[in-house]
Design a protein around this ligand. Structure first.
Ligand SMILES: *[C@@H]1O[C@H](CO)[C@@H](O)[C@H](O)[C@H]1NC(C)=O
Ligand SMILES: *[C@@H]1O[C@H](CO)[C@@H](O)[C@H](O)[C@H]1NC(C)=O
Length: 330
């Protein structure tokens, strides 16, 4: 899957038509210490995650015991046949006194889903390209929570941070957990892309030999062209703009929930769960944006209403300051 860079609002709109990219909102399903890919069965998982998609999500789900379209009773995505799960670590703000609060996500421009993420499925510029939807049970993972150096981030352009300067508000560049790429000062966004899943959930997927969007060839070891999946997550850091609350030593105050304030441990997880052949129809039908004839859609209010209660009960740090990141006690 991928989580990829964004652009300004205007640029996003033109990309949408140029690339035939499906772009749709998925509201927050839950924030929980659960990770069926990296730590199947572990409850709680080592660090906090933010999860969207079908409500069959749980710690021990495997292709053999859970079929998201069958086992879910709702999805937090507006494409109502998408019961996939998409998740990443959460982000926290560390205050001067050493306590943490979770950074909420912000609803993307033009979408009505609450918090959560904006999901893109991209087939690329080539009209004639055959893009094969993921098979049932498919999973993938990109990035590595133990990375702390830029040169260890896979495909640097695939996982990235940016700072928004004006989606609807004026965002301070320093107010985003960031590793700003030279020259991207006016680009909004966050993200990364991942194309990946087997025991390591990575080696069954490979990056093309060049830009995916331009139709670059797949490596001979991985000849089937699959959709590029991108997660766009906008963290709303505005409540943490007061520098007097930032760490006194000048360190970067935003942390991934696994204790990383370099940002390089960025990673994302994907568990395919589209109903029947809906995703294939979307690829073949050159679907764009969040309304597309072959696909069923629910209202934003219905997507927002799909919530899953926390499996591991603890404070996630929304209403109170936490002494340590959940699960990260030293
Ligand atoms: C997850 O869902 C599967 C399938 O419904 C079930 O067998 C399993 O017990 C569930 N695990 C948890 C931790 O809820
Ligand atoms: C820690 O800092 C936060 C942010 O400034 C503040 O709201 C909170 O009350 C402080 N907690 C303690 C125990 O001092």
């Amino acid at each position: 899957m991928l989580v990829k860079a964004l652009v300004t609002a205007a640029a996003t709109a033109s990309l949408v038509t140029a690339q035939e990219l499906m772009r749709f909102g998925c509201a927050q399903l839950t924030v929980d210490r659960v990770d069926p890919l990296v730590e199947p069965g572990n409850m709680p998982s080592a660090h906090m995650h933010q999860i969207i998609g079908g409500n069959s999500f749980n710690a021990s789900m495997e292709p053999s015991n859970v079929d998201p379209p069958t086992d879910s009773t709702c999805t937090s995505c507006t494409y109502s046949e998408d019961f996939s799960n998409y998740w990443t670590a959460s982000v926290y703000f560390k205050a001067r006194n050493g306590t943490f609060k979770r950074v909420p996500q912000y609803t993307n421009l033009g979408l009505g889903t609450k918090a959560g993420m904006t999901i893109y499925y991209i087939r690329g510029y080539q009209q004639s390209a055959k893009v094969t939807a993921f098979p049932k049970g498919f999973r993938m993972l990109v990035g590595d929570s133990t990375n702390r150096a830029a040169n260890k981030v896979p495909k640097a352009e695939s996982l990235r941070w940016g700072a928004l300067h004006g989606l609807r508000h004026s965002w301070l560049p320093e107010a985003a957990l960031r590793r700003r790429l030279a020259g991207d000062g006016d680009l909004p966004l966050v993200l990364g892309r991942q194309e990946h899943g087997l025991p390591d959930h990575k080696s069954h997927i490979a990056y093309p030999n060049g830009a995916f969007e331009m139709g670059s060839a797949c490596p001979s070891t991985h000849p089937v062209k699959i959709p590029q999946v991108m997660y766009e997550i906008i963290f709303d850091t505005r409540q943490f703009n007061n520098k007097a609350e930032w760490p006194a030593d000048g360190s970067q105050p935003f942390y991934w929930s696994f204790g990383d304030n370099t940002g390089y441990g960025i990673h994302g997880d994907y568990l395919f769960g589209w109903k029947d052949n809906a995703l294939q129809k979307a690829m073949d039908g050159h679907c764009a944006n969040d309304r597309c004839a072959p696909l069923k859609r629910q209202t934003e209010a219905q997507a927002n209403a799909c919530l899953k209660s926390q499996s591991f009960k603890e404070s996630i740090g929304d209403d109170q300051w936490l002494k340590e990141l959940p699960g990260m006690a030293m």
